[in-house]
Design a protein around this ligand. Sequence first.
Ligand code: ASP
Length: 321
Amino acid sequence: MTSRRQFIRRTSALGVGLLAFSRLSKAASPTFDGPVVLSTWNFGLQTNEAAWKILAEKGRAVDAAEAGARLAEDDLKSTSVGLAGRPDREGITTLDACIMDEFYNCGSVCFLEKIKHPISVARKVMETTPHVMLAGSGAQQFALENGFELDDYVNPESEKAWHEWLKTSEYKPIINFENHDTIGIVALDAHGNLGGACSTSGMAYKIRGRVGDSPIIGAGLYVDNEVGACTATGTGEEVIRIAGSHLVVEKMRDGMSPEDACRYAVERMIRIRPEQSKTLQVGFIAVNKSGEYGGYCIQPGFQYAVHTNEGNVLVDARSYY
Ligand code: ASP
């Protein structure tokens, strides 16, 4: 079996993805090898750095995941996360986020406007209310009542792109970058506990009111401290249809490696909607209790970042096509 340590060395040295790893590591490694954090896309590298500061100090996985998501939400150039994200078809940016800790506590906000850190509002929902999910104006009111401030920032680049889009008004998610993408983070901390967070501005030019998978516990994120954690990115409707992140965690419970479990979920999406899946992207990343990790996606081009004691590297996820 290839250990996580050897694997990192290989991927950094050869610059290759998970090709060898998935074949070699069917079962979970029995040894826990220190903390690990995974984040979606290449902006996950910076996200991981923020999360690692907490993990390296033996902090909680959920704190690390929140810190990582906040960093991504702070990026006022990002067109797919936070206030800078591309708007809906009426020109308004709406935000979705959720968070889950090692005790099955979870919190979520969706269709939230003008709040810089939806992930921290989701955390507040988790920690101070009897609910899991708040939406729209209610979520915003809750945020304001809890010390968050209204923020009117509009990203000029996102606004310009929306004006361009209005010329055709054609809703067409682009595979990989450009008009969607989510920061999804899953972490295993030094105590062997799991946590995760997910934050996005969703699909650009969506119908007003549309909510994707990212704030839905079990779709965009799921953490089961007995087993593992998973998060998703890509066309949220497809992820919701199969309760994607929960499915991946359940397959890990059945003994699949994280990458095999992610592949299982992708293959189910393709089986139930073979035609539609040819033109869209979904990617999953997952980590198990032993610190094994993996990812899988529909189309080539999905990358995720992995930070362990060995360093922070970008990995090309294997894809179905
Ligand atoms: N999953 C997000 C959504 O559907 C977007 C993305 O990750 O690309 O809102």
